[in-house]
Design a protein around this ligand. Sequence first.
Ligand code: CA
Length: 357
Amino acid sequence: MSSAAKIGTGTIGKILGIVIMGTLLILALNTYVWPWITKQYTPPASVIDDDDDTHTTDYYVGILNLTHPYYSSYDDSSYTSAYPDLKAYHKDKQTLFGSSADTSEITGRMEEEDSGILYLAMDIGADTQYYLDMSRILSANSRLGGLFPWDYDNDGTLEYGMKIDCTDLSPLTGGETMKEATFNMYVWPADVAGLAGTSQLNTTASGLSGAVYYDYTCSGYFSGCSQGSGFKVVKAEVTLPDSGNATYVEDGQVKNVWLSVGYAKDQTYTWYDTGSWEYSNKRWLFDIGVDDPTQEYYGNLFFYGRTASATVFSYSLHIQAANFGASAVFLPTIKLTYINSAGTIGTISRVVAFTDS
Ligand SMILES: [Ca+2]
């Protein structure tokens, strides 16, 4: 065998070796490496667009059914007396996805442009039978969040707006024709018809005529809202209806006023005097976190919980006082402005007495 033939045989062997190794490498890449890389970089919610099965999207696209049964926050019983109008909008907040008035389902189609996000408007309208328990609705439904006032229909009344997060919806599986999501909605039946301030329970006032400021508290409770129901407060004031009362304030005989009112069971709203005295109106107008007292959306929800007693809506009016005349009486009026779920307001008042003894 010539040396040339030896060289040729060796070269062919090397080439064959390289080809075999290369083929094995390509096979390994195709079989193991590339699928692994693809898996790492494909969003976990990636699904097939139901219009075009060659096109993938990052989020679910297709028919979505939103079920939203209602329950009473009082005892978790089904609530079927009335429903708010619900409107679900696409991510642009302009295009209607679907709606429900007196049913408990919304069906629409998620589009690719939604990127898994819809928006929900809850509109109580003219119903006066209930308030939405938004804190519980939000805590009970992880898909819902980002509560905001939304006048979605531009009628001047704010509705409840929130985001619906559907970014986790998985692709349709065999036999499925749509995806479904459920929200549990909670309401407090409303009862504002008989609201009133009850008689004063006790007063700790004594010695108003002394030269040293002491803390005094008048307490009592509001009644007229039945157990299992609630009402919303949009304004809290302590007014001084006569000039003598006002003088006590302006001469510095009364200061550090605060008001607390109970609800639920053993919970209270407490509002402090933070420069809230209004000379012209002879009142303290407390900041209760209400941006607009004509909008039910902003109201503070008071409700009568399961194990609470008839004095659940107890009030305490605190003052510091000194330098009154002997036997003087200080007679402020506690005044709450409530709003029903349709936006109609009313007031409840109670005169309380601090007396020098
Ligand atoms: Ca509106």
